[in-house]
Design a protein around this ligand. Structure first.
Ligand SMILES: NC(=O)c1ccc[n+]([C@@H]2O[C@H](COP(=O)([O-])OP(=O)(O)OC[C@H]3O[C@@H](n4cnc5c(N)ncnc54)[C@H](O)[C@@H]3O)[C@@H](O)[C@H]2O)c1
Length: 318
């Protein structure tokens, strides 16, 4: 039984993680897995999620909990434990820092979104929310595209400053601009990624500002949480979700559906994009991710295999 902590997981090459996310989408297309609906358990404003998934070779269970107020205690909002087991012998193979796996695979979900939806020539982008997921989204965005100017906005300027500092070390040639408000970020960016704990739309926008942009929503995971105003989805040429559970789980889809700003038949699974060669350059597109256990399975098994090959992690006696 291998134990992998966050330092080991954070060091893994983004290419390996993004390839594992792509593999999860291919398994979706082939219906080659067994994934029940994840269980949400609410306690006051906090949520515990139980996320199991089975493939032919592995089964993975992630327990992840979101405490939106944790920042007030100087702590991250998301914590968790990932357990990977052999699906033939039933033996536990690895236990991993679930928050680190989540940050890596969610960054890669956004990164693959950028890779398949954003034109190669895109040079401006913005990230709303400079927490754990915001930083990971920015890393995978910069891994996939040569961005000249990256705009960052967070409710807390110090968070935006520390994200800028971390990114500057890895991508020194990018110009980082911390904006005073979210509208300014949206106006200046071609790709806009939101990874906040906000329940209310993060900005106000007119249809002309939306046109031709790529919007990626990572944060909202409850029907009462919405990061993007209805105007975005209303004016999008295409709407994608990582999993159809997003329709009921996320207010970014459920609220506009309820307001009749969009109809359900316009919402498509992102996996379908893997079968296309190119995506139209000028499209306005909205991609909502809520995440799913299948990503955790393919990513944690890729991490495990790499760790075994390279003697990474600590062997534990169970
Ligand atoms: N789609 C997925 O698969 C997935 C995976 C993991 C986490 N999440 C969700 O992503 C969200 C962020 O998670 P995290 O781990 O980065 O949390 P975090 O606490 O580390 O960061 C959240 C950041 O959002 C900022 N923020 C909150 N409201 C804001 C607002 N109105 N405007 C600007 N900034 C604002 C906070 O100041 C904070 O810096 C959570 O809701 C989490 O549940 C989604």
């Amino acid at each position: 039984m291998l134990f992998l902590n966050k330092h080991a997981i954070q060091k893994i090459d983004p290419d390996i993680i993004q390839t594992a996310v792509e593999q999860a989408y291919r398994m979706m297309l082939n219906q080659d897995y067994n994934m029940p609906d994840r269980m949400h358990i609410a306690d006051r404003q906090n949520t515990l999620l139980l996320m199991p998934c089975f493939s032919e070779s592995f089964f993975a269970v992630k327990l992840v909990w979101v405490f939106p107020q944790a920042q007030q205690h100087g702590q991250p909002a998301v914590n968790g434990v990932m357990v990977l087991s052999d699906n033939v012998s039933g033996q536990p193979l690895a236990i991993m820092d679930g928050a680190a796996v989540t940050a890596q695979r969610t960054g890669a979900v956004g990164g693959l979104g950028v890779k398949l939806l954003a034109p190669e020539t895109v040079s401006t982008a913005g990230v709303l929310g400079a927490g754990v997921q915001g930083l990971s989204q920015a890393r995978y965005l910069l891994f996939n595209r040569k961005i000249k100017t990256l705009y960052i906005y967070d409710l807390y300027k110090e968070s935006a400053i520390s994200m800028k500092r971390a990114l500057k070390k890895e991508y020194p040639n990018v110009e980082y601009v911390i904006t005073g408000n979210s509208n300014q970020l949206v106006e200046n960016s071609r790709v806009i990624i939101a990874a906040t704990t906000s329940s209310k739309p993060l900005f106000e926008v007119t249809p002309d500002v939306v046109t031709g942009k790529i919007f990626i929503s990572i944060g909202s995971f409850r029907p009462d949480m919405q990061e993007f105003p209805d105007a975005v989805i209303e004016n999008a040429d295409d709407i994608f979700v990582d999993t159809m559970f997003a329709v009921k789980e996320s207010g970014d889809i459920a609220i506009p559906l309820n307001n009749h700003s969009v109809t359900k038949n316009r919402i498509k699974e992102f996996a379908g994009l893997l079968e296309k060669n190119t995506y139209p350059e000028t499209s306005t597109v909205f991609f909502k991710s809520v995440g799913m256990a299948l990503f955790d399975l393919t990513v944690s098994s890729a991490i495990y295999q790499l760790a075994v090959e390279n003697n990474i992690g600590q062997v534990l006696d169970f």
